[in-house]
Ligand binder design. Sequence first.
Ligand code: ADP
Length: 483
Amino acid sequence: MKTAENQTEKKKRSGKSLSFILWASFTVFSFALIAIFGVVQNMLLYREYREQTVAEVREAGEALTAKVRLSERLDGDELEVYLHDLSKKNSVNAYLLSADGTRSLPETETDFVPVVAEIRTRLKEAGGEDVVFKPNKQEYAFVSSVTVSGESGYVYVTSTSQSMAEISGTLRLRTVITGLFALLLSFVVSGFVSMLIARSVTDVTEKAKLFARGDYDVKFREDYYCTEISELSETLDYAREEISKADKMQKELIANVSHDFKTPLTMIKAYASMIREISGSDPVKRDAHAKIIIEESDRLTALVNDLLDISKLRAGMGALRVGVFNLSEYLFAVTEKFDYLSQTQGYVIEREIEEDLYTRADQEKIGQVLYNLIGNAVNYTGADKKIVVRLYGKGKVSRFEVVDSGNGIAPEEIDGIWERYYRSAETHKRPVKGTGLGLSIVKTVLESHGFRFGVLSQVGKGSCFWAEFPAPEAEDEESPKNL
Ligand code: ADP
């Protein structure tokens, strides 16, 4: 059922393949590059062409004008030869035109009458000076007015060099050819790159599938071509470790919970049977047995309560009811709950509590934290039965510390103790009831507040559990709520 669902999902999956994306990007990129190149080339070439043509036309035109103006008389044949040479040398067409445009030297089939009309306008615009202009889209022309053998006329020189259209035609062809090469190249390169990347991605995906099927032994980490993919595989490895830890812990939790439920239940059943069968008529024994039943029921209640607390906290249900309160007074009140241990079992609880330190937090939940930490210190402290409870201002926070003189916690166990249902191998006879959930509750509460906490411990010497409670913001301090 599930696999069938997965398959339909696969079919519907949107998005493009990595190779396609790479190929498309490479192609677009190379085309864009070629297009930009083509346009820029065209523009530059056009400018160069224009400048060169204008220079050619002007040079020839000025030379011819000078010659005509300086000569007293001009021999027609000699002039024709000169015009021919000039045209050839400068790749222009050089003419001498009569004022009305009906005659030209050299003679051609071109009708210069309309040309002369434009020449007049241009010269007029230029105030009679020599001028270069564009008679049509492709040509440039130089014109000046001269007098040949007493008759006024014009020097008219036009460009003959390859037209711009032809040049850009050639350029376009070249651009297209280069574009085709680029396309081919982008095929090859994108294929190669996508092969390198896609291979690693596929590899990671395959492993992730195995992992999803519950194989916690897959190793994602490998030296992939891409750092990002190597990083991804490292992250997946981390997730795998965490998930397998959580999985293991969950199994342990169930085992531990069932075990811890079983013992009191067995006891309750055994003593209830004993009351019915043996001690029912003996008030002293009956009371003693009933007491055990009550104690065991209390233990079960405590266990159930802790379990409920923790799942509520984890599920984010028990929303924080945050307020400002006097932490010093509150801590003092919590330590008083342990006074019966001093009176009956010789525990020494030293209080070094600085007065009137306030914080802003969920008072009830913080109470649970303090109670659990002090309770643990009582449970695990050494033979001297001494515990120190401290609270002092440290910059912007109030630091709470509870120090015991017990066996401490081995460095390799330190990370584990905060986990749900963690219990070190040793079992103690505890004056305060422990369920193995105490520190997990502490961690969840303090983390949900965003407060810092931790433990310093030395094996054989004892432990110091600490937490830091930030002082309330200035506006919160106006109405401090006492206990
Ligand atoms: P428990 O009910 O077992 O005390 P906790 O969650 O409060 O459960 O603590 C988890 C474990 O951390 C304990 O079983 C113990 O091994 C260790 N631990 C907690 N507090 C101390 C301490 N003050 N000294 C030494 N070990 C401690």
